[in-house]
Design a protein around this ligand. Structure first.
Ligand SMILES: C[S@@+](CC[C@H](N)C(=O)[O-])C[C@H]1O[C@@H](n2cnc3c(N)ncnc32)[C@H](O)[C@@H]1O
Length: 282
């Protein structure tokens, strides 16, 4: 019977041979997941025999990873903005770059002043819930076309203790929505359709297509959303949109054509312009 440490080493070699990035990290996280330990808990157990009762479970998760299913999907959870989010087949696996839009929204916070936030294409609810976790006076609505994503987002709100301030509904962007919001955030699908087959298998084989497909040039969702914003924004309100690499200027122009002049760009930690901010012309 191999030890836990030997099991991690063996998996590392198998993942590396399969061309998986970060093979040792994935081997550690998946071994810890099967043993129901935090990854750092493996060190003190490295010399213990790997329990026979867990061998089949480990084989199953290893087979999934070798088919390039992401570790976060195998575990069913992704950490985002320091919070744990459940994810599922209908939700995007949240990206660290998307924390940029959370940071941009939190810059708009006026302590003590109530605010209404709208998150369009909410997926797991990660953007809205991360904002609400750090903005106690805010309440928000998250909308997604995928009913299963809405269920996942509601579950995340409950687990994070934010359900009193977050409402999740199924819908097609702002269709049928009433009311106005101080901040509208969205990370819409923005990958040009033709680029999707060449993305890494973790993305093109496992992300829900509705979370990726941005049309021929990647900008379809921005064109659909922009005309809907003026009627949904409070006076002085702000729209914050995540964009793909190289899309910021085009998206700013789409917004400007619908009474929303560009106000600011925000970069992600990699220096890519990731968020376009705009406000209604007054
Ligand atoms: C790129 S994902 C973002 C998910 C989540 N906000 C995040 O950042 O991880 C885009 C989301 O938009 C949703 N979506 C696509 N078209 C939509 C539409 N017409 N109305 C509402 N949501 C839509 C997708 O289902 C998907 O959850």
């Amino acid at each position: 019977m191999p030890t836990i440490g030997e099991t991690v080493s063996d998996l590392t070699l198998r993942f590396a041979a399969a061309g998986i990035d970060n093979p040792r990290l994935d081997a550690r996280v998946l071994t810890a997941h099967v043993l129901d330990l935090p990854p750092e808990g493996l060190f003190s157990r490295a010399g213990d025999p790997f329990p026979t009762a867990q061998a089949a479970a480990l084989d199953a998760v290893v087979a999934r990873r070798l088919r390039r299913e992401p570790v976060s999907r195998i575990r069913g959870f992704r950490e985002f903005y320091g919070l744990d989010f459940q994810i599922g087949p209908a939700t995007l696996d949240p990206r660290p770059d998307t924390e940029t839009i959370v940071e941009a929204a939190l810059r708009l916070r006026v302590p003590g002043k109530a605010a209404q936030i709208l998150d369009l294409g909410t997926g797991s609810g990660c953007i809205l819930l991360a904002i609400l976790s750090a903005w106690p006076e805010a309440r928000g609505v998250g909308i997604d076309l995928a009913a299963d994503a809405v269920e996942v987002a509601r579950g995340n709100a409950n687990r994070l203790g934010l359900a009193q301030r977050a409402t999740f509904v199924q819908g097609d962007w702002c269709e049928g929505l009433i009311g106005r919001f101080d901040v509208i955030v969205s990370n819409p699908p923005y990958i040009p359709d033709g680029d999707i087959p060449s993305l890494e298998p973790e993305v093109c084989d496992f992300e829900p297509p509705a979370a990726l497909r941005g049309g021929k040039d990647g900008l379809d969702a921005y064109r659909a959303l922009a005309p809907q914003f003026p009627a949904r924004l409070e006076a002085g309100g702000t729209v914050l949109l995540e964009v793909g690499q190289g899309q910021a200027q085009d998206v700013a122009e789409i917004l400007a054509a619908h009474e929303l002049p560009h106000a600011a760009f925000y970069e992600d930690l990699g220096g890519v312009t990731r968020v376009v901010a705009a406000s209604v012309r007054v």
